[in-house]
Design a protein around this ligand. Structure first.
Ligand code: AKG
Length: 271
């Protein structure tokens, strides 16, 4: 991460990383989504809650299972999870051995409802927290949202309250429902191929989608190597494990202590 990236992520809790996907990678991911478009599940208008400003004519679309799709459709998503343009950001925030905990595609058609503003730094949640210590940032769940379509000013989609990952007071419900202080929220613009990187403890949600074209955002949820939100009992690798590269396998390996640098030679090499 550059000096500016570090500063902006610390202050705002999110970053736009331009043109992570090449035009070919972008086209392959969109072709794979097109091929599986009949599997998009439209939600039953349950994300705006009781907000009049976020309500929409239709629900958001959810599409999952991309890593399990038949070849070649799974390939762009398997490559995305350890994309060389993203890995340095994830290592800076999550440390060595960061883990992928989930991946899904969000779609929104014109008029689709928004999503109430959830999370935020208060109350502290250790799986989704944000901490500055030892001269660096430590994040919990950290999301890389790969944009498969353009997001223009006022189009809607992902929005957040910059700086709320460090909040100390609970957020009033009318702000969470986008009914008060709307001018404080930011709806980042992006080009297809960009990534919006944000820590889950940033208060975020989505504005109603107003553009004619379909919103497509592939959200990859990462966490540090020590934390898991899901494993109970022993870890079973997914069926497609043997088809993955060693780098891809590493990012879905079970959680465990990764032996981060403790700053003293007295610790010596890990036994
Ligand atoms: O991008 C969006 O539509 C919202 C995503 C979201 O709220 C989340 O990832 O928790």
């Amino acid at each position: 991460m550059t000096e500016a990236d570090l500063y902006l992520f610390d202050v705002h809790g999110w970053l736009r990383i331009p043109q992570v996907l090449s035009p070919d990678e972008l086209a392959a991911a969109n072709a794979a989504v097109d091929h599986h478009a009949d599997r998009i599940t439209i939600r039953p208008n349950d994300l705006a809650r009781e907000s009049g400003t976020l309500a929409g004519a239709t629900g958001r679309g959810d599409l999952g299972g991309m890593l399990t799709w038949e070849k070649p459709y799974c390939d762009p998503f398997r490559a995305m999870m350890v994309h060389p343009r993203l890995t340095p950001y994830l290592e800076s925030l999550l440390g060595p051995g960061f883990r992928l905990e989930g991946m899904g595609t969000i779609t929104m058609d014109e008029g689709a409802e928004g999503f109430w503003f959830h999370e935020g730094g208060e109350p502290f949640d250790r799986s989704r927290g944000f901490l500055y210590r030892n001269g660096r940032m430590y994040t919990g769940m950290t999301n890389a949202a790969v944009q498969l379509s353009d997001v223009g000013p006022g189009d809607g989609g992902f929005a957040c309250l910059p700086g709320s990952h460090k909040a100390n007071f609970p957020c009033p419900d009318d702000i969470r429902l986008y009914e008060a202080h709307q001018e404080r929220m930011v709806q980042p613009t992006a080009r297809a191929g960009d990534v919006i990187l944000f820590c889950e403890c940033l208060m975020h949600g989505a504005l109603r989608w107003t553009a004619r074209h379909q919103r497509r955002s592939v959200i990859m949820r990462y966490n540090n190597g020590v934390t898991s939100e899901g494993v109970m009992g022993s870890y079973t690798p997914p069926d497609f494990h043997d088809e993955l590269t060693p780098e891809q396998q590493a990012v879905i390996s079970p959680p465990g202590y990764r032996g981060e640098d403790k700053g003293s030679k007295l610790y010596g090499p890990k036994q």
